[in-house]
Write a protein that binds this ligand. Structure first.
Ligand SMILES: O=C(O)C(=O)C[C@@H](O)[C@H](O)[C@H](O)COP(=O)(O)O
Length: 355
């Protein structure tokens, strides 16, 4: 069954379309986008893993064979060298301001291809075709970017996609680890805004259950709706969008410190959320059931304390470079009550004591 969720952005509205088999109809979707003239050229960006699985289906959906650029799979592709190679390729293919870039893959491909689209000729259209559960988060809201040595996503742009096209059939090729990575962001949306989604996600029990069509549809749609509500209210992260960073202050530091790819983004976010929950409980003297949430996460196979093996001081130094920091003060998204996030400075002493 087809589902369509419109998202309001500074560039107008864009649709999030969820439909089994959609990857075979991307060419048609492009023609039907509201207010769009036909695109002069199409470039698909994907990675080596997704290429083997779904590229042919997407290519065949076009009347004329699109250009294709394959990048290496993994977080390492969110780098200047890969971005440079991609942009040179875009220029070499002769794309112009009436062209479109299609990001076919997970969050890395979406962030990289989106940033290429945001910067080529100061901005051309791009379409997100996410093939992972994790990308339900990164594909909505227009954040694009790459990592710097100094930290994750430190170079990027807000550039809303022209459409986000989910084909849930592509989730069948996800490994348990990739499921785990994506589910962490669903749980985050539950913790900051949707208690019902939180219970449903935590009680999912196993990734086999999550793969079941109805359960997955519910996780995906409800989580996307939380994201939509937040980014519609605050597209450029002047206020409440920062709450979507719950668990990410420590997570980004862990990913960079351990080496990108050592832990998946969601694995790091899961640990970061437990840390933030405990910090919230101490700060506000409340019970947020952090032990219960942690037990559910551990049952699903998350290592919620992996940061204990990393150098504490280095983690704190990395957190100072987080985009939410101000004048060197580290700021965390905490919960002052269930589903009531706040952005607050946290002292280095407090962090050093508990990391
Ligand atoms: O969309 C947002 O805003 C988020 O913070 C969502 C995060 O889950 C996502 O990982 C995002 O890419 C992190 O953004 P950043 O600004 O902290 O780099």
């Amino acid at each position: 069954m087809r589902r369509e969720i419109p998202v309001r952005s500074s560039a107008g509205h864009y649709p999030i379309i969820i439909e089994p088999g959609l990857r075979r109809r991307i060419g048609l979707i492009l023609k039907s986008l509201p207010g769009k003239r036909s695109y002069s050229s199409v470039l698909i960006v994907t990675d080596r893993t997704v290429e083997k699985l779904y590229l042919e289906d997407v290519v065949r959906s076009f009347d004329e064979t699109p250009h294709v650029k394959i990048v290496p799979a993994g977080e390492q592709s969110k780098s200047f060298s890969v971005l440079e190679e991609l942009l040179e390729y875009v220029a070499g293919c002769g794309l112009d301001r009436d062209s479109v870039i299609i990001a076919l893959g997970g969050g890395v491909v979406g962030d990289l291809a989106g940033f290429a689209a945001a910067s080529f000729m100061r901005g051309i259209d791009f379409i997100q075709v996410p093939t992972t559960l994790l990308a339900h988060d990164s594909s909505v809201g227009g954040k694009t970017g790459i990592n710097l040595r100094a930290g994750k996503n430190l170079a990027g742009a807000f550039h809303p996609p022209a459409a986000v096209c989910f084909d849930p059939e592509t989730f069948s090729s996800l490994s348990k680890r990739e499921w785990r990575s994506g589910l962490a962001e669903v749980i985050k949306h539950g913790l900051i805004r949707d208690p019902e989604l939180l219970s449903f996600a935590l009680d999912i029990g196993s990734f086999e259950t999550a793969e079941d069509g109805a359960a997955m549809g519910r996780l995906l749609e409800q989580s996307i709706r939380v994201k939509k509500e937040v980014v519609e209210e605050d597209e450029k992260e002047k206020g409440i969008r920062a709450y979507l960073n719950f668990g990410h202050t420590l997570a980004h530091a862990v990913e960079a410190e351990a080496g990108y790819g050592r832990w998946t983004h969601g694995e790091a976010v899961a640990a970061g959320m437990i840390f933030a929950l405990e910090l919230s409980e101490r700060t506000f003297g409340i019970d947020l059931r952090s032990a219960e949430v942690e037990a559910s996460l551990q049952k699903l196979g998350y290592d919620t304390r992996m940061y204990k093996n990393l150098d504490t001081r280095s983690l704190v130094e990395r957190m100072k470079k987080d985009k939410k920091s101000r004048q060197g003060d580290i700021r965390f998204v905490l919960l002052k009550a269930p589903c009531e996030p706040v952005l607050m400075p946290v002292s280095e002493t407090e962090l050093l004591k508990h990391l």
